[in-house]
Design a protein around this ligand. Structure first.
Ligand SMILES: [Zn+2]
Length: 481
């Protein structure tokens, strides 16, 4: 019988708000000058008084509502006492027994992962360890930055699920605009609690800290499941400890053994009043929640008839999906019938996902840097849809539009690229091609199929791609037989 993994996550995200949690210092994760955005409050001088940042409270409530949590009617801040060199006060203002949000869930891959709680606290400063130096430096720019902590129930059972949860949460935080949640920049940090067991009794829990990418979340969990399983199979015991991830060796390693649970001596923060939220206040925040990734997935599949992978590309790239919808709305009147509308919508999606992605060459789509207006893009799609340009010409036109921002009809007219509609004209060109290429024409008559492709290629070249390829092969067949 296999061991069953039990995994819970603790995720911290720095809120995207201009000022810190309890003072008016600037919250700027990109500030390079050390100890630049600090004041006596976030530097922990005695006798200073904190004032809670209401916007931060609102954003955590908003996140809780988006994640199906219950919002506390009454809440408060507590002091969590411990000593760290990057925490000059000697305690962190956090929330203990009355978190802002509790009891929600997030659906990942059809499975509900329950959320225990989401609370609000302040971030600590950071320590800098200069290369080769025998000292460390303290930078308090981050001290007092509003930090949200989310804790899940141990409902996750694989590295993949852990990664997907973190990814989906990141997307939601971005959609809500509450956090940039960039893992590389440390704006979102994931910790994993993991144990394995064959029985309903949970195994010894190991904590993995400092995971700074989705890939590492998945890999470290899978590694740890394997490590614990092998140890137990060999008759050994799991040590309760905190482990880190070694990215080069792709292993977890012991950082410190867990002493008994810390006694943080939590007590209510005496310098901050308790919080009370009226129903109307919560409702108001609820009404400001935008469409979330899950809703968008459903809507894009239903409204535009797109397949799952196309939908996902749009859901993960907000700018691209907004642009897409602008283009589609451009021909709302032009293709009122549902069927045509879906067909045209799919065509737009295909060109955006494959051709534009190719032209962007690895760069992310950013609408304000994109030269093609939604109107021009819609016009371009109409031309393809109405067979005014061939798919080969379409690629040339699109590249031109991408580079210059010029509208498609100007490009098509100036270069005389409209699809040939005159069959007699095309027949004339084909006859010429046949007479100039006697050998391949003969070869074809003796059964060489690729000779036909060669001749078709010559015709397309003669017409600069404006001939309809289906027509070309029809006429070639007629004239050669
Ligand atoms: Zn400050």
């Amino acid at each position: 019988m296999a061991y069953k993994p039990t995994i819970g996550l603790e995720i911290h995200a720095e809120l995207k708000i201009n000022s810190k949690m309890f003072c008016s210092c600037k919250n700027d994760p990109n500030e390079k000058r050390p100890n630049f955005n600090i004041c006596p409050i976030c530097a922990g001088h005695p006798g200073t008084l904190p004032v809670a940042n209401e916007e931060a409270i609102k954003r955590v409530i908003k996140t809780g509502l988006a994640l199906n949590c219950k919002i506390a009617e009454d809440s408060k801040f507590d002091r969590k006492n411990y000593f760290y060199p990057d925490l000059p006060k000697g305690y962190q203002i956090s929330q203990y027994d009355q978190p802002l949000c509790s009891g929600g869930y997030l659906e990942v891959d059809g499975k509900k992962i329950r959320i225990t709680r989401i609370h609000l606290e302040e971030d600590t400063g950071s320590l800098v360890h200069p290369d080769g130096a025998d000292y460390s430096l303290v930078n308090l720019n981050r001290a007092g930055v509003p930090l949200m902590e989310l804790v899940t129930e141990p409902d996750i059972t694989s590295g993949k699920q852990a990664r997907e949860f973190a990814q989906e949460l990141q997307m939601i935080l971005k959609y809500l605009g509450v956090s940039d949640a960039d893992m590389e920049k440390g704006l979102m940090r994931v910790e994993v609690n993991i144990s394995v067991s064959k029985t309903s009794k949970l195994g010894t829990k190991v904590e993995i800290k400092n995971l700074n990418s989705f890939r590492v979340v998945e890999k470290s969990v899978d590694f740890e499941i394997k490590r614990q399983t092998e140890l137990l199979d060999a008759g050994e015991k799991i040590v309760q400890e905190t482990r880190g991830w070694h990215d080069k060796k792709e292993i977890t390693f012991s950082q410190r053994e867990k002493e008994e649970a810390h006694d943080y001596r939590y007590f209510p923060e005496p310098d901050l009043p308790p919080l009370h939220f009226e129903k109307e206040y919560i409702e108001k925040i609820k009404s400001e929640i935008p469409e979330l990734p899950g809703q968008k997935r459903e809507r894009f599949a239903k409204e535009y008839g797109l397949d799952e992978s196309s939908v996902e590309i749009f859901v993960t790239n907000k700018d691209l999906s907004e642009y897409y919808e602008k283009v589609v709305s451009e021909f709302e009147e032009w293709t009122p019938e549902d069927d045509n509308h879906k067909k045209a919508s799919k065509l737009v999606a295909n060109y955006l996902i494959s051709d534009i992605k190719g032209l962007l060459a690895g760069k992310e789509f950013v609408e304000k840097e994109f030269k093609i207006t939604p109107e021009n893009f819609a016009e371009f799609i109409k031309m393809i849809y109405k067979n005014e340009i061939s798919s080969k010409v379409a690629k040339m036109v699109l590249t031109d539009m991408f580079n210059t921002g010029v509208d498609p009809s100007t490009i098509v007219d100036e270069n005389n690229l409209r699809q040939m509609t005159d069959d007699s004209e095309l027949e004339k060109i084909i006859k010429e091609v046949i007479s100039k290429n006697k050998k391949p024409a003969e070869d074809y008559k003796f059964g060489k199929q690729n000779a036909l492709q060669f001749l078709a290629g010559q015709v397309m070249a003669q017409t600069r791609g404006t001939a309809n390829p289906v027509k070309v092969s029809e006429l070639l067949n007629k004239l050669l037989n």
